[in-house]
Design a protein around this ligand. Sequence first.
Ligand SMILES: [Zn+2]
Length: 565
Amino acid sequence: MYDLILKGGRIYDGSGLPSFIGDVAIRDGRIEEIGRIHAAAEHVLDVEGLAVAPGIIDFHTHFDAQLWWDPLASTSHEHGVTTVVTGNCGLTLAPCKPESRDALIGTFVRVEAMPRASLQAGIPWKWSTHGEFLDALERKPLGLNVATLVGHCAVRQYAMGEASVEREANDAEIGEMEELVRQGMNAGAFGFSTNSNQSHYREDGKPVASRFAALDEIARLCRVVGESQRGLVQFTHGAFATPEHVAHISQWYDTILKETRRPLIGESIRHRWSEPDLWRRQLNDVEERCRQGYAAYAMTSTRPSMRRWTLKDSNRLDEISAWKNLMTMPPELRKEKFREPQTRAELAKATTQGKPINFSRRWDCISIKKTARPENQKLEGKNIEELARMQTKSAIDAFLDLALAEDLATTFEDSATQGDLHAVKEIFSSPHVLLGQSDAGAHVANGNPGFGYSTIMLAYWVRQRQIMSLEDAIKKLTFLPASLFGLRDRGLLRRGMAGDVVVFDPETIDLAEPEKVEDLPEGAPRYIQRAKGIHYTIVNGSVLLKNGAHSGVYPGKVLRSAEKT
Ligand SMILES: [Zn+2]
């Protein structure tokens, strides 16, 4: 008798091997059988026609605080996430001395844009060491599994107090920090995170503590991770600000990789119109480090920075002066001008010539998001180049004819990042790149919250844009992060693995529009984003989410890197 059988779904097991139809049986939180299963179970879910995959592993979150008041890490659980990794970017809430609580809160307030009042009211501070943080988390209900990293800023603050945001550490202080990292690793952390991002400050305007570390400190702290033979190092450095910063980052990379011989997740790679070749150079860097024998990895955000606009009132095209001149005219005059062949010729030329800043200057990168008239609805989703081809017109004529026919109310969409399909395909497909840089739990007041990076991947990039097979996408969202972090019994649907599963419809999975809710401690608002087409999220064999709603159980665990991987 099994606890749960998922019957007749198409199994994407996380390995990247071709999917197949079968049943999955789970008992005592673990997968016991995959294939054709005749045995009985307490619960049988008919999942025919649906995809059955390992639960999503969100390896870059800032849920360190949110988990204390929201054990579902909502809305991650609605997107099929079954494990979250906290403590990224050098920021953690442990270790922490009582007198430093306010300083640690200050880093989250500023770097991760979380409301101070919510953090003050919501964090119970029942710990001093990293191990005590894990113990305290273990005593409370959790919807999802949680794995942690030890954050450099917290370690530095613990060892040095306020001097941590003023100067380099001395030998004794580094010694104490080594011990704190060692304690964290021994308690079960999955690695160490550090941060040299030049735009990361605390609330009081001082740079975050890790930015003051000298190379020797980085070497000695990372060596502790190497000696533990577990986990990895996560290194946030932001954009290359100056030549000095480039040299500094490169020294940190070399030091971390040499001292640990563990995986390193660094570089954040994405395509930007303003620097269209930067991604290629970044990818080359990572590949070169791999050639040298290091386990260097980059990550990318699957979330394009979408912009929606109409020709009624948008400033989206303002970086092109020919457009800006027209868009600042009264609407009636603007429409008149849009009809003139002379103006159209000028706009056509101005649009595609010159160097992009935030706008692609490419017709194939502007798509029709929503039409205003029913007869045009069939055009939704097409890009302007496709529209022009269909109508055997020039792109500018197709674009303006449609907008004029709808009294300029047509909604167009384009993206400032990840807008070039060829670049995105290469970045996402690279074996050196992890998908997901969700920052979930952070930047909560932002209308583009970090939830749903995996849903965007499966809906937008796999189904609509077809840049990767579903098998490969699932592997990149599950097995790859599980392997690197050493979550050794997760990320695959195989006998003996944990029963972390997501069941979704590949044809309908999608992201809902962001919503503003007021559910933070002290009633502060935040943005959330829900999913469509996800039928079940199963954590350690228990159904956590059923057709979009929490089932009421809390099957999540605090994961510990106890054994060597
Ligand atoms: Zn982060």
